[in-house]
Write a protein that binds this ligand. Structure first.
Ligand code: PBG
Length: 328
């Protein structure tokens, strides 16, 4: 036997020499669910360890994260029902707590990278990412709302706008709106290949944003989010977003879509982001709670696998814990 691959695994020092993939806190983004009440800290039963936080708690959380080298955050608003309507007018309202929170975070920690969520669902009584007109999600009417929402978010201090809505043409539309308003330095992280996935459940619980069971409202997101069966279509979506001026291309979910991450990474020179979504994290946490998996080892392996597949950026509910483990 001339070749013995085990020689390259013979000690920790050797394994360090030949390790192909590195993952550190600098690659990770921590999602944050924001509530209007400044002091709030509300658990999410379907996502243990993640909370809906008021701004006071968010500032404390960010300080903790910075201490372990985690400096990027993706924020989602848990909007009270009374502020929701068909067109999500609260998204750009003067008193919007999400926009105020972004400003407060950037004032206190100018060094952090804040990523927004641009979509209608947190603000919509229908629970859809676009406007529902006559029982259909209206693409081009939604674009106008996304443009206004994105400009408001840029003005509030978000560094990166994150359109998660999957409307056609929204990256170009948002890019033009940002530029026209003078926000040429605000980037766009496009949810390019976002699948109509069953793994968003805990997230929808956190925001109470699931599509409503109403007559004349579609009960799922399949007319805009992608069919899990399709891979080449992801390349098409990504090519459009790249042409329209996206600064990052995202694949979502991550673990069930590692092939898509790999394909986008091979096909595009833009940075690839992967969203390790709530349901993917919840499954692992549930098994760990039962003692069936070791949380630290399994979560670290999951994150490393997403990175190995070709993700430059990973958005994960495990980000803070991983950063802590790495520091120890
Ligand atoms: C909606 C949005 C969703 C997520 C992020 N933005 C859910 C959905 O499309 O219904 C899911 C994230 C997660 O599950 O962690 N704009």
């Amino acid at each position: 036997m001339l070749s013995r691959p085990r020689r390259n695994r013979s000690s920790a020092a050797v394994r360090n020499l030949v390790r192909e993939t590195e993952l550190n806190a600098g690659h990770l983004v921590q999602p944050i669910f924001l509530m209007p009440d400044a002091g709030a800290r509300l658990p999410i039963p379907s996502l243990p360890g993640t909370f809906r936080l008021g701004i006071d708690e968010v500032l404390r959380e960010i300080e903790d994260c910075l201490r372990v080298g985690l400096a990027s955050f993706m924020m989602f608003p848990a909007v009270p029902e009374e502020h929701k309507d068909k067109t999500g007018t609260y998204a750009t309202a003067e008193q919007n707590f999400y926009l105020h929170a972004a400003r407060a975070i950037k004032d206190r920690f100018p060094e952090v990278c804040l990523i927004s969520d641009a979509a209608l669902d947190p603000y919509s009584t229908d629970g859809h990412d676009g406007v529902v007109i006559d029982g259909k999600i209206h693409n081009d009417e939604t674009l106008k709302l996304l443009d206004a929402m994105s400009v408001a978010q840029a003005r509030a201090g978000f560094d990166i706008i994150g359109p998660s809505d999957m409307m056609d043409g929204r990256v170009g539309s948002i890019r033009r709106a940002l530029d026209a308003a003078g926000f040429t330095d605000t980037a766009i992280m496009s949810y390019s290949a976002k699948y109509a996935s069953a793994f968003y459940g805990p997230f929808r619980d956190a925001l109470d944003s699931a599509p409503r069971k109403l007559q004349d409202v579609p009960s799922d997101k399949k007319t805009y989010q992608m069919d899990p069966a399709n891979a080449r279509e992801a390349l098409r979506e990504a090519a459009l977003d790249a042409d329209e001026g996206a600064d990052y291309l995202m694949v979502k979910p991550a673990l069930n879509y590692l092939d898509i991450i790999y394909r986008l990474h091979e096909a595009h020179p833009l940075p690839i982001a992967a969203y390790h979504v709530s349901g993917e994290c919840a499954m692992l946490l549930a098994a760990a709670e039962r003692g069936w998996l070791d949380y630290e080892q399994a979560a670290s392996e999951a994150l490393l696998s997403i990175r190995r597949a070709g993700a430059d950026v990973i958005i994960s509910y495990f980000a803070k814990d991983f950063a802590r483990w790495q520091q120890q």
